[in-house]
Design a protein around this ligand. Structure first.
Ligand SMILES: [Zn+2]
Length: 480
């Protein structure tokens, strides 16, 4: 089938060890959470203390950053904040396994054939995509991956999940489809993909977001998945295809991750497919930060993840108010400790308990909001393009991380690049424009013009964040 690549590599020895770690983690998560908020906070605090102690002993970066602090048990607020720039600048000192160097990791990432493989046979590596402007490289070991897989499994509620899914699984052979940026080492939907890998009864295939929508729809129709996982923008596009009758699949469960899922978008997707969307909030720095509940809130995996909403000066933001950023501590990953890390998202903590009954803290996230781009084809019909597909093309071809794509007319896209060395800028522009034109032609948009905007990328005035895809002038549907 066109556009399909297998994502399941089955290694029985590795899988059985991983399975037992996973199984014990699932039980442990279940017991902790059943015991309520006090047990969750106690688990988080003891994991935090152990992680800080480990990082001070094994990571030269943290040893230096915490130098001068007392050796006793420290409250989170006593520790300095870590930024991506500071950590990436001292990558080899940050990581606690000496063989995992930036040079080794970069040569591993440069090889596309290694996607899904492990560095030194042990470590899963991914890099951050698009949204942040600065590249980040993240390292996980099996232990940390087992924890995140277990968090996902605990959320899915195995008993209810099995009952709901057993008949369609039996009929359709349990096929799962992942529509993602499949061509590179990205984390965005890693936990979902790994859940499929740890369930040998389930077949999983990856579909690329780069494929033209009609081809993707045809491939999904042929595959008939029972589970469908993707980014919310992609699910919204597929929901419209389902409503129009072109997409004919009947999944029993949808999974959304990698970007923020707005309540309206969620309702549209659920309406079109007639099934529930599982919403996961994650980041490259921490695969699974929170899961959505039926009340529309995200519940933080607080036994394994610490989130501190803060203002510009890193002072705590009170519950009920939007924070300027949020400090993330990933309690599961010791290879590359993430402690009080400035994640950049704005969150609001729900002051009162959630009506769904979850003992986990409830938040809402103001995350990425790239616009879906609708462009007019030569015959006048609209072709919608995924922001993530456009940004991936520019990043990969232009080898650039700070840029902005602006739709200025129904058939025009302008690219904004940072000023810098004029020679580099020209080379970046030529490579990015060439790749964008090839992509547009594949999407039946050979008429779309791609131009270089003399201006540098402009951050959003309100949030201060850089939106990489901006629509200034929309294409209107043609009325006969
Ligand atoms: Zn809830």
């Amino acid at each position: 089938m066109a556009g399909i690549t297998p994502v399941d590599r089955w290694d029985p020895v590795h899988a059985s060890v991983a399975y037992w770690t996973w199984f014990s983690r699932v039980s442990e998560i279940w017991w902790t959470r059943s015991a309520g908020r006090a047990a969750i906070d106690a688990a988080s605090r003891s994991r935090f203390d152990a992680l800080v102690q480990f990082a001070r002993a094994r990571s030269p970066f943290y040893r230096d950053a915490y130098e001068g602090l007392p050796a006793r048990r420290l409250a989170p607020a006593e520790l300095p904040v870590a930024t991506k720039a500071a950590l990436m600048a001292r990558f080899d000192d940050w990581v606690t396994v000496p063989e995992v160097t930036l040079a080794a990791v970069e040569s591993f990432l440069a090889d596309r054939k290694q996607i899904g493989e492990r560095l030194l046979g042990r470590f899963v590596i991914w890099k951050s995509s698009g949204s942040t402007g600065e590249p980040g490289i993240y390292v996980q070991d099996s232990d940390s991956l087992s924890t995140f897989d277990a968090l996902m499994a605990a959320h899915l509620d195995p008993m209810r999940f099995a009952a709901q899914c057993s008949w369609p699984l039996f009929v359709h052979g349990g096929r799962a489809a992942l529509v993602a940026a499949t061509g590179d080492h990205f984390a965005s939907i890693a936990s979902w993909r790994r859940l499929c890998q740890s369930s040998p009864w389930m077949a999983a295939h990856g579909f690329s977001i780069m494929d033209p929508l009609p081809r993707l729809v045809a491939a999904l129709n042929a595959y008939r998945p029972v589970f469908l996982a993707s980014y919310p923008t992609m699910l919204a596009l597929l929901a419209e295809e389902r409503k129009a009758g072109r997409l004919k699949i009947d999944p029993v469960s949808l999974w959304s991750g990698g970007e923020c899922l707005a309540p309206g978008t969620r309702a549209e997707i659920e309406g079109a497919f007639g099934c529930r969307v599982v919403n996961e909030y994650g980041a490259s720095e921490c695969m699974s930060i929170a899961f959505g509940c039926r009340e529309g809130w995200l519940h933080v995996n607080a036994d394994w993840v610490m989130l501190e909403p803060v203002d510009d000066d890193y002072r705590p933001t009170p519950a009920g108010e939007p924070s300027r950023t949020v400090l993330l501590t990933n309690l599961a990953n010791r290879v590359q400790p993430i402690i009080r890390y400035d994640l950049g998202d704005s969150v609001v903590v729900k002051p009162e308990p959630c009506a769904c009954g979850s003992p986990l803290p409830a938040i809402q996230v103001e995350g990425r909001h790239d616009d879906v781009v609708a462009m007019a084809a030569p015959d006048g019909h609209l072709v919608r393009l995924l922001p993530l597909a456009l940004t991936t093309i520019v990043e990969e071809a232009g080898r650039v991380h700070r840029f902005q794509i602006v739709q200025t007319a129904a058939d025009q896209l302008m690219l904004r690049l940072d000023r810098g060395d004029p020679g580099d800028r020209q080379a970046t522009w030529r490579a990015a424009a060439g790749a964008l034109r090839r992509y547009l032609t594949q999407q039946s948009l050979p008429n779309v013009r791609v131009g270089l905007d003399e201006r540098s990328p402009v951050a959003d005035r309100r949030s201060g964040k850089l939106r990489e895809v901006v629509v200034h002038k929309k294409a209107q549907p043609m009325h006969p």
